[in-house]
Design a protein around this ligand. Structure first.
Ligand code: ARG
Length: 598
């Protein structure tokens, strides 16, 4: 009876915990929970897969004694190593956990290698490739719900700078990650579609604009007009006055001004959509500053009635953000002429979004020069009684130096994409490994974009970095090209062995160090996603995938499929195809479209 129960509970366990890292973490936690008299859930945070290094790792999982101490599970006095040894000596080995030993302040676990291969590679035979690692209990502690991510947010008629490109790809990554982890995601673009630049554009268009050119190349033409009228305005008072007049007409919703503005905006959005599509980025909502004119005035009224708006000596309306209430730190919300500012519109926009989308969290992605802006924004929202401002987060990033194309400084996003494609196409034509392709331009585009993304995501987002075409496009280094190349190579291996793939495989046929290392690395996938979800940094995932590609490169050398006995070939093929799926899944979260051939 007892035996049957054990059998049943094990069976249920297998079904419930699905597969992979989760499975092993649970089993080890279960073992620990009996010895430590703690719930499994309390122990799981202290367990992690052992990262693979140059030297082969004898253990697959490690338990941190420090974490157990921090969480009050073990006494925080006493020698850590002794605690580890004491605990290890009480734990029993079994058919699943074959070995238990200690490292510095750690208890190490080695699981049965056959089971490791079986559990990890099982999902790939069942068409569950894109779910790999996603039903991990690590994600239980993450908040689910609706996440609004605002990113890209360029300004109409102004230059699209490197910061906008960074915001676009980082925001897209965050949205993809949240979505993968089960959140409902709203992707929002908040255009700089209001302000004095429209006064100038409106005033200047009659003089310098051309409807034909506007249709042909809208972004370029609007920018040209903007530059020209700005220059003119430097010495021409009439133009300046005309700009002010136009902007006032716009603020008063005069139909001629509004229709011209609308045209500029529509054309711009359409053009951007085209470029975003090339980048593999899309938005659910194109909002913008222009939507929040009236709301901004309401915000001012509310702040007034709550006594939060002070009139400064120069006649501007400010909110005091100083700790002592001595106006040593203020945020300006109202100009002396009664018009509102960027931050006023942001307050109105945040309130409006909360009402419309009832998000559980909101994330803004901009460069770090706006850190203070968002700090003030959240402070003011809290002061107004919007406690949900606690769940708003600004993800900031550093500057990119030297983003140039062959023709000079970058003005348009499209120029960067064109340049990436051209350079990649050139490199592909020079390489003797390049395959015949139906659409080499399309492949070059996708690979070029992945190079841009990986260069950007490799380090901490806060760091500045130097844009470097040659380095980012290297086929061998830690680049997006290397990711794509590895993916394409795996796809080609799968294509060449199509008939060989089988529903089952023998997990004992993957005993080589190279195979085990790949499996050990795959064990970390859910931890890496979890880490990225915590700090919203793409570097964990990028570095995980780059490492995976290096391991795959060794496997290509050491584990031939062709010429091996059929059962060995099948097991290896399963390993390669599993690695291929994880690589593709990870790339997609980063915002990269994997290519099958290059
Ligand atoms: N358009 C702004 C800029 O280019 C970025 C907008 C960021 N988002 C916001 N809600 N303020 O600097």
């Amino acid at each position: 009876m007892n035996g049957l129960l054990t059998f049943l509970s094990q069976f249920i366990f297998l079904v419930r915990s699905g597969n992979m890292a989760s499975f092993f973490r649970r089993r080890i936690a279960e073992k620990l929970s009996r010895t430590l008299q703690q719930s499994e859930d309390a122990l799981i945070p202290a367990l992690a897969a052992v990262p693979v290094m140059k030297k082969q790792q004898a253990a697959d999982f490690k338990l941190s004694i420090n974490t157990l101490r921090d969480n009050g599970i073990l006494p925080s006095s006493g020698d850590i190593q002794l605690q580890a040894e004491d605990l290890a000596s009480q734990l029993k080995r079994d058919s699943m956990v074959e070995d238990i030993f200690t490292g510095r302040g750690l208890v190490m676990f080695k699981v049965n290698p056959k089971l490791l291969a079986q559990k990890l590679l099982e999902p790939f035979g069942k068409g569950e490739d894109d779910k790999f690692g996603l039903n991990s209990e690590l994600f239980n502690s993450l908040k689910k719900g609706t996440t609004l991510v605002e990113y890209s947010s360029p300004n109409i008629a102004k230059k699209f700078h490197a910061g906008h490109l960074r915001s676009t790809i980082i925001g897209n990554f965050i949205a993809n990650l949240k979505q993968t982890l089960g959140n409902d995601v709203i992707r929002m673009n908040y255009l700089g579609d209001w302000g004095m630049q429209f006064g100038l554009l409106g005033a200047g268009f009659g003089q310098f604009g051309c409807v034909e050119k506007l249709k042909q190349n809208p972004l370029q033409h609007l920018f040209e007009v903007y530059v020209q009228v700005n220059k003119e305005a430097e010495h021409n008072e009439d133009i300046k006055q005309a700009a002010r007049d136009f902007f006032r007409q716009l603020e008063q919703h005069e139909s001629h001004a509004v229709s011209l503005w609308q045209q500029f905006r529509d054309i711009t959005v359409e053009e951007y959509q085209h470029v975003y599509k090339r980048l593999g980025v899309q938005f659910d909502v194109y909002s913008g500053e222009s939507f929040h004119q009236d709301g901004a005035q309401e915000v001012v009224q509310q702040l007034r009635s709550r006594g939060l708006l002070k009139i400064a000596e120069n006649g501007t309306g400010v909110v005091d953000l100083s700790a002592d209430g001595d106006m040593s730190s203020v945020s300006t919300l109202l100009r002396s002429d009664g018009t509102t500012l960027y931050i006023t519109r942001d307050i109105a926009a945040a309130v409006d979004r909360k009402e419309k989308y009832s998000f559980d969290e909101m994330i803004y992605v901009t460069d770090k020069s706006q850190q203070n802006h968002f700090y003030q924004l959240f402070q003011i929202l809290l002061a107004m009684g919007h406690s949900w401002a606690d769940r708003c987060r600004h993800v900031s990033f550093g500057l990119v130096q030297g983003m140039k194309t062959r023709t000079g400084d970058v003005v348009f996003l499209e120029d960067v994409l064109d340049e990436a494609r051209t350079r990649m196409l050139h490199n592909m034509s020079q390489s003797n490994t390049t395959k015949e392709m139906d659409d080499p331009e399309d492949t070059a585009e996708k690979v070029g974009i992945s190079a841009l993304i990986v260069q950007d995501f490799k380090g901490p987002l806060q760091s500045d970095y130097k844009f470097d075409w040659d380095r980012m496009l290297q086929a061998q280094g830690d680049t997006g090209v290397f990711l794509q190349y590895t993916h394409a190579r795996l796809c080609s291996l799968k294509r060449r062995n199509e008939g060989l793939e089988a529903a089952t495989f023998d997990p004992s046929l993957l005993p080589e160090r190279t195979s085990v290392t790949i499996l050990q690395h795959l064990l970390r996938y859910d931890e890496v996603l979890y880490q990225s979800a915590q700090d919203l940094q793409p570097k964990h995932l990028v570095n995980f995938l780059l490492k995976l590609c290096h391991l795959i490169a060794s496997a290509h050398r050491e584990l031939p499929v062709k010429g091996s006995p059929q059962d060995v070939a099948q097991a290896r093929l399963r390993l390669f195809s599993g690695a291929c799926s994880v690589l593709a899944n990870g790339m997609k979260i980063l915002g990269i479209t994997p290519v099958d051939k290059m």
